[in-house]
Design a protein around this ligand. Structure first.
Ligand code: 2RA
Length: 339
């Protein structure tokens, strides 16, 4: 039978993209349960020509649910995902709550879809900044192990939710009007500004939580605890696509042409690398489409051994960085195969 699907966090930016992505990919749904906080209960959403009432998310929301998609923050996932599993649902969780749990597969379908069947009720969707880097890096790593990578991220407002996207627009409008602006979501001036990813900073390392996620999630997804990873994550005044500058060092020499050839066959990747036209991955092209755009592919001149390459990538944070990756996981769930 077609699955009953619940979305926990249906009113959020990712929740909306879950629905749009299921529509676009004709994901079969017998019944959709729209779950959100009490504040949203009673409002409605449209799904496949049906008006669906939003229900308050409680421990009892998952009776009869086959697949529960979560994107309402780690606290909500920790509180309600176990109840969903107990009710018999398989949870695909976009929050960071369970990503490092050894009993929870952390999955990017282009890389480790084989881990999905090992789930014990919960499958974790990786952080968008990890997905954006790893989709293009994996096919290289498989052929010529990456021993070190240096990643700088330029992360869009959407990673902080719909309210942050609105705040970027409003703070920019205020800036242009010369009006003072009191932020409600982003605790720093956002218009025309760049700032360190505003999450907790590890007192030992000085790395923020976003940077620590990139390191830990890369090692779990690649199943390689030895990869050396240096990373800096910042928030930039862009609406919904992340960009990342990546330099990686392989075990054996590798040329930019070899990387280009690998990228041309890599699933989930689109090469945008036109030096003549100075045209490379940009958020305005990455937004609203499924691929990770890859360009600026070139030899890292700081490594004379010829084992290092630099490149620049961009991906839609709400799609491949969140909702699309989660739906691709849901499409591969075993019971879906029996539907
Ligand atoms: C961010 N990766 O961009 C985090 C969560 N989506 O804020």
């Amino acid at each position: 039978h077609e699955p009953v699907v619940a979305i926990a966090g249906v009113t959020g930016a990712v929740g909306a993209e879950f629905i749009a992505t299921m529509d676009r990919r004709a994901f079969p749904v017998r019944k959709l349960k729209a779950l959100a906080s009490a504040r949203s209960a009673g409002k409605t959403i449209d799904f496949r020509g049906e008006r669906i009432a939003i229900e308050e998310l409680t421990e009892n929301s998952f009776e009869g649910v086959d697949i529960a998609l979560f994107s309402a923050g780690g606290g909500i996932s920790r509180k309600f995902a176990p109840a969903a599993v107990k009710a018999g649902a398989v949870v695909v969780d976009n929050s960071s709550a369970f990503r490092m749990d050894p009993n929870v597969p952390l999955v990017i379908p282009e890389i480790n879809a084989n881990r999905i069947r090992e789930h014990k009720g919960i499958i974790a969707n990786p952080n968008c900044s990890a997905i954006t880097a790893l989709v293009p890096l994996w096919p290289i790593h498989r052929q010529n192990r990456i021993k070190r990578m240096i990643v700088s991220t330029y992360q869009a407002a959407s990673g902080a939710g719909a309210a942050a996207m609105e705040e970027l627009v409003e703070s920019t409008r205020a800036y242009l009007d010369g009006r003072p602006f009191t932020p409600k979501v982003i605790p720093l001036p956002y218009a025309f500004n760049v700032f360190s990813h505003n999450t907790a900073i590890d007192p030992e390392t000085g790395y923020n939580d976003e940077e620590t996620k990139v390191i830990k999630e890369t090692r779990k997804i690649f199943e390689d605890d030895q990869i050396a990873i240096g990373v800096t994550c910042v928030r930039v005044p862009v609406l919904r696509a992340h960009c990342e500058a990546i330099t990686f060092e392989c075990e054996k020499p590798i040329t930019e042409d070899e990387v280009r050839a690998i990228m041309s066959k890599a699933p989930g990747v689109k090469i945008v690398d036109d030096r003549a036209k100075n045209y490379f991955p940009m958020p305005i092209d990455a937004s609203g489409q499924d691929d990770v755009l890859v360009g600026r592919i070139r030899k890292d001149l700081s490594d004379p051994s010829g084992r290092s390459i630099s490149m620049f990538v961009s991906a839609d944070q709400l799609l491949k960085g969140a909702a699309l990756n989660a739906i691709q996981i849901a499409e591969l769930l075993p019971q879906r195969a029996m539907a």
